[in-house]
Structures are given as C-alpha cells and as structure tokens.
Design a binder for this molecule. Structure first.
Ligand code: EPU
Length: 421
C-alpha cells in the first residue's frame, strides 16, 4: 500500500494536461479483444487500472506493450481462460471482459467484479442483457460463467431499468457480433459510451445512436482494427483540477478538455462565483474570491457526475456564505470521505445520505484514508489547501485512476510525494 504526503498551503499555478478518460480506457482495453488484428490505443492514461487490465490480458495470451501513452494490444492468439477472482477484484471494470469475451469467443468466466466501495453496485442489468441475447448465465462460487448458444448470440430488444454505463457498454460488446439487430433502450448517454461506439465502428461494427437513449447495433461477422484510436480526455480528471485550481490556484490553465462534457459541473462552479475562461479545448481558472454555497444533485449524463461530487466538496467547504447540500442520486452511500474530511477540520455532516456543508472550514493537515478513488481526490484537494502536513493512506486508490498525478501537481507547484506505507 502507498501513502500520499502533502505539505499543503502552496498556491498552484501554471499548466496541466488532462489524460485519456479512465472510464473509457477501462472499457476499450477489454473491447480490444473483439478485434482479429492488433489494436493501437493513443492517449491512454498511466494509471494502475490499466496495468491490472494488461495483467488480465496476458492471462488470455494477449500481448500488450505500453510506451508513453500508446498501448498496443495484440489479440490475434487469444485463448479462452477463466478470469477468477484475484486481479479481477482489483477493478470493477474487469466485468467488461464478460461482454468482450462473449462477443469474441462465445464464452466467459469472470470472477465477481470488485472495485470502489461506494455502496451496492449490482450487475443485474448486464446479466439481463446477456440473457436476452440468448446466453446462459450461471453465478457460482463468486464467479459468473456466461455461454452463448451453439448457433451464437442473437439480436434482442433490451430495456434497461436504469441508464447503466457498464450494462450499456457490456451489451454493446456482446452484441456487435450477434446475429441480427440489437436495440438498447434507456441506454446510458455518457461520452465514454460514444467513445466505445466510435472505437468499435472503426473496427467494422455497425452501431447507431450512441449518446442518445436508444442504441441500435447490427451484428457483423468479425471486427478488425485498422486505425489507431485516440481516447477522449478524462472529464472527471479535468473537473478535479478545476476544483483544485478554484480552491488553491493562482491561475491554472487546464488543457485537453472537451468543455461540453463538463457543462453541468462548470455551471455549478460558476454559480458559486468561480471565474473561468474557456477556449476551444482548454479552461483557465482564475484565483477565486468569496464563493457562495450551492446545492448539487448528481444524475446520469448530461447531469452532474457522481464522480465529481467528492472533488467539488472541498470547494464548497471554502465558500463563505450559505449552506451547501450534495445529494448523490446515483450512489447515495458514497459518503466515506466525510469522516476523513471532518478529521481535517471540515464543517460537514451527513444526514439520511444528504451531505450538508456549512461555512467556516479551515483545513488542517492530519492522517486520513482514501477509501476509494474520488474520496482520494477529495482528500488530496483538502490536503493541498490545508495548513501543515496531510498523509493520505491507501493512496493506491488515487493512483488507480489519476494519470501521473504527482508529476502534474508538482509541475503546478505542489509539494506532494508518494511513499510505501
Ligand atoms: N445499477 C444496477 N444494476 C446494474 C447496473 C447498475 O442497479 O446492473 C445501478 C447502480 O447501482 C447505480 C446506477 O445503476 O446506482 C448506475 O450505475 P452504472 O452501471 O452506470 O455504473 P458503473 O458502470 O458500475 C461507471 C463508472 C463509475 C461511475 C458510474 C456512474 C466505470 C468503470 N465506472 O460505473 O466510475 O461512477 O459509471 O457514472 O466506468 C469512478 O470513476 O470513480 C467510478 C466509480
């Protein structure tokens, strides 16, 4: 395990470049095995989740090489291999191997997925989708075995109970090579879904409507990668740096941003009084003056992202006027950062899963624990604002999803290091 040590209170300024989206990458790497030819992904973030996915690929005899931000994956000699618990537990996105293996080999055995502890995270909609396509699904001994019928999967009409990102992507991967047409209704509309559709379509898939709530997929016989795919910028990483820049920035330019992907988040931050200039693909965050509290409710895209409710919390805690409220409608129990923030002097409470933020916080350094990735991002922002030294234990959770975070923060002027615990 690793810990992050922050000597806080240093104003940050300068330029930071956002990496490729974690939640796109963790789907596109498994999806690469759908190709019969080698795949090249560009703008891949240097995060621990990618290393773990590469380990899983090597268990399937899929060769990978990762230089700078280019990841080459050669799935031509893929072999069917069960992916039991162990590595699979280290990241939730290992569930994408269910859809990808099913689409490529007609069979998948994958340990029950792990991932961030942010309350209940069922996968019933994924399984409902695989079954609708004709697969048999067995859930035994903490692993899920999925088998296509002898004649292969067939197209189906699937109505999701909620617009699940994971279920939408998994059904897309399983159905691209099914016989006939699949329609996913109430599909998730996140930008990462569109990125996956572009990636698959460039390999010969026929997917229409990604980014709307109805996705239509015409099954094709085989997929082959011909061109390199560049992963979209990480909107959650970008939002995290906006929150950071607004709390302790002395003028920070955030590059490689698709601004439209951050509309709901930026609207809230600007409502608080933060001044931001934008051009085609960068944001400049001015040092903030007196901010006012706002109310935040998370929702599926294009609503305010659940993954940004923790990063915006330290910003709300710096506001001078009013009372702030955060309601996470996606993961109501995503509140494990609150007791840690309180240790740092935050004036914050949770009542019935509603987060109440009061004015008057002055962060002070202490030892806290990052129970999950975005809780880690929240504590990191608080630590950078705090007087004294903050030690964030379980910082592995930050490194799982934040691209070269120590280098980026150091370049902005922060005093941050990672050490073994
Ligand atoms: N849900 C079900 N059944 C299902 C699937 C989802 O009840 O079969 C529920 C969930 O419990 C949740 C809601 O539906 O309340 C939405 O979940 P979704 O399936 O969209 O989430 P996910 O695919 O498991 C991805 C991201 C999360 C992000 C959510 C929401 C990945 C690997 N994870 O999770 O990212 O919070 O979408 O946008 O893409 C993070 O990056 O910090 C993170 C947790």
């Amino acid at each position: 395990m690793k810990q992050m040590i922050i000597h806080g209170g240093k104003p940050l300024e300068g330029d930071v470049w956002i990496g490729g989206a974690k939640n796109s990458t963790v789907a596109l790497v498994p999806a690469a095995i759908l190709s019969r030819t080698p795949v090249t992904l560009e703008c891949v973030p240097r995060i621990a989740d990618v290393d773990n996915l590469m380990d899983l690929l090597s268990e399937m005899n899929v060769a990978c090489s990762f230089k700078e931000t280019t990841l080459k994956i050669d799935p031509t000699n893929i072999t069917l291999s069960p992916l039991p618990s162990g590595k699979v537990k280290s990241l939730r996105a290992s569930y994408y191997f269910m859809g990808a293996l099913l689409g490529r080999l007609g069979q998948a055995t994958v340990g029950f997925p792990g991932g961030d502890d942010i309350g209940p995270r069922p996968i019933d909609q994924h399984i409902k989708g695989f079954e609708a396509l004709g697969a048999t699904v067995k859930n035994e001994h903490d692993q899920i075995s999925i088998t296509a019928p002898k004649e292969g999967l067939h197209g189906a009409e699937i109505d999701l109970r909620m617009p699940s990102v994971g279920a939408t992507m998994n059904i897309m991967m399983a159905s691209v090579t099914a016989n006939g047409q699949t329609i996913i209704r109430n599909a998730a509309k996140e930008p990462e879904i569109v990125d996956l559709a572009i990636f698959l379509n460039n390999m010969g898939a026929v997917i229409r409507g990604a980014g709307t709530d109805t996705i239509r997929i015409e099954g094709v016989a085989r997929l082959e990668a011909n061109v390199a795919h560049t992963i979209i910028p990480d909107r959650i990483e970008a939002g995290t740096y906006v929150a950071l820049a607004a709390t302790i920035g002395n003028g920070v330019r955030i590059h490689n941003v698709i601004i439209e992907h951050l509309d709901s988040f930026l609207a809230k931050v600007e409502e608080m009084g933060v001044v931001i200039d934008s051009d085609e693909d960068s944001l400049f965050v001015y040092p903030a003056g007196d901010l006012k509290m706002v109310q935040v409710t998370t929702n599926p895209y294009p609503g305010f992202a659940t993954d940004l409710q923790q990063p915006i919390t330290p910003l709300l805690l710096t506001a001078k006027n009013g009372e702030g409220v955060i309601i996470d409608s996606i993961y109501p129990r995503r509140t494990r950062h609150i007791p840690e923030l309180k240790k740092m002097g935050a004036n914050i409470d949770v009542q019935n899963n509603i987060i109440l933020i009061h004015p008057g916080t002055k962060f002070k350094g202490t030892t806290v624990t990052a129970d999950e990735i975005r809780a880690g991002a929240c504590l990191m922002i608080a630590g950078l604002n705090a007087e004294g030294t903050t030690v964030i234990e379980n910082a592995d959770n930050i490194l799982r999803g934040y691209d070269r975070v120590v280098q980026k923060l150091t370049k902005l002027g922060a005093d941050v290091t990672i050490e073994d615990m």
